[in-house]
Each structure stands twice: as structure tokens, then as C-alpha cells.
Design a protein. Structure first.
Length: 263
């Protein structure tokens, strides 16, 4: 508010992430939002965390109707808006890609966050074969991560493990994203979430989009991770759609899926 030169009386609504996510984190935000809404008599607006990543991406890239690849520590989903709501065309069946990168980084004795360290290490690596696990439109990273760690423990160079892990995971992600583009016939692909910063992933998606004649867009890095701005902006959109709730109905929704909301 200081940066925007605003006072609390200039604010109309209090938006908060109602879910999905870690319950402890969601509760802290919800309690604070309720307190502000009660104290200053403002409308309380619930926001779906996943939609917030999509909408901040659309705002900052000026995207109109993309296939969205949403990758973070807690989510891996291919999303597109079809018939009045966001729908999930493919997702991880076990751990998300961000979590997989962190798990591998820990076993390679790299600092956290793991994604940037893996990306840096991979630049000097060579390919060794790892399991490629795509099941229809869904993906699995748990077994792939375990196998990559085993290769390292058996003597494979860390840079080779990092390179091969990235190439395999990203190829899987590009494959299911391309299928979603073909199915929906959309002309934009947008990459959002904390893993969106990875330059090799961007390169692979850009090549796929060029081959399909689609426009490739990436959320700016400062908005790629979890941030108050994406919740605030999506809160405005939600309020305009009539989404506001009384305090007694503001319980967190730990497993609130993006495809459960008419948007």
C-alpha cells in the first residue's frame, strides 16, 4: 500500500488464497485476511491459488486464451479454458516437478532451492538414459527421481544426472502440452509457476510452439512464484464475478482444484 500510495480506506476488498496448498500456510493467510476484513469492514474474497498463477500470467503477458503449463513445487498441470471453466488436461500422478527437482538437488548435495542449482549443473552434463513416464496425458516423476538418485549413488557424475533429469522431465512435459494444444486447437502456450524460470524448459517449449505455429509466453520471473500480487489481482476478477463470502464460510480448501470453479 505504501508503494501504491494508498490508505486502507482506499481498499474495497480483502482477497486471500483459500486453497489449494499446505494447510498451515493457508490458515495463516486466511486468519490475517479475516482480521483485516472484520476490522475495516471490507468484503472478503476467496481466491483459488492455481487460478491466480494463470491470471497473473495472462495479465503480464497479455495472453488471451492459452494452453497453460503450470509448474511449481506443489503443482504440475496442463490447463486450458474450455466450455466455461478451466479444465485440467494432464497432471502429475505423484510428486510435482518442482518437488522432484528439490528432491534430486538434496541428494546431489546442492543448496535450496534446487531448481536453479540443477539447471546450472546441467549445462555441463551429458545424457544418460532415465525412465520416461507419460501415461496418456498424465505424468509421473517419483520413480524417475528415485532412478536418477540411484545413478548418482552408483557413480554417475552429478552434472550428467542433472542434465539427463532435466531433458527427460522437460520432454515429458512438452509432449503432454503439445497434445493439449492439438486437442484444443488453441494458438498460445503460457508457462507459469515457480519452475517457469528454467531457460532450458523455455527453449524446448518455444521450439514446440514454433513447429505448431503457436505463440509462446512466459510469466515474468518476479511473478512466477507465489506472491501477494497474483492473489490480489485474481481477487479483483473474482469479486467482479460475484465471488465474496461471509467470514463463517471462509474455511481453507486444501485440495481445491481449478476445475471445480466456474470461471
Amino acid at each position: 500500500m505504501e508503494k501504491a500510495n494508498l490508505k486502507i480506506n482506499d481498499i474495497d476488498i480483502i482477497a486471500f488464497s483459500q486453497g489449494p496448498g499446505l494447510p498451515q500456510c493457508l490458515r495463516v493467510g486466511a486468519v490475517f485476511a479475516r482480521a483485516l476484513a472484520l476490522k475495516y469492514k471490507k468484503s472478503l474474497v476467496p481466491v483459488n491459488h492455481c487460478i491466480a498463477h494463470v491470471e497473473i500470467g495472462k495479465l503480464t503477458t497479455q495472453s488471451k486464451d492459452p494452453v497453460v503449463l503450470y509448474l511449481s513445487g506443489g503443482n504440475t498441470q496442463v490447463i486450458a479454458h474450455v466450455e466455461g471453466k478451466y479444465r485440467i488436461f494432464g497432471e502429475t500422478q505423484d510428486i510435482p516437478i518442482g518437488n522432484a527437482l528439490d528432491n534430486l538437488a538434496r541428494d546431489l548435495n546442492l543448496e535450496m532451492p534446487g531448481g536453479p542449482r540443477i539447471e546450472s549443473l546441467a549445462k555441463n552434463g551429458k545424457y544418460i538414459e532415465l525412465p520416461y513416464v507419460v501415461k496418456g496425458m498424465d505424468l509421473s516423476f517419483a520413480g524417475l527421481t528415485t532412478e536418477a538418485i540411484k545413478r548418482f549413488e552408483k557413480g554417475a557424475k552429478p552434472e550428467d544426472v542433472a542434465y539427463s533429469f532435466q531433458e527427460t522431465c522437460f520432454a515429458m512435459l512438452v509432449e503432454v502440452t503439445e497434445r493439449a494444444v492439438a486437442h484444443t486447437d488453441k494458438e498460445e502456450v503460457m508457462l507459469v509457476g515457480g519452475v517457469a524460470a528454467n531457460k532450458r524448459l523455455q527453449e524446448m517449449l518455444r521450439i514446440m510452439c514454433e513447429e505448431r505455429g503457436a505463440k509462446f509466453l512466459v510469466v515474468p520471473q518476479e511473478y512466477a512464484g507465489d506472491c501477494g500480487i497474483n492473489i490480489a489481482w485474481t481477487g479483483i476478477l473474482a469479486y467482479q464475478k460475484g465471488y465474496k463470502i461471509p467470514i463463517e464460510n471462509s474455511q481453507i480448501k486444501q485440495k481445491w482444484r481449478i476445475d471445480e470453479i466456474d470461471w
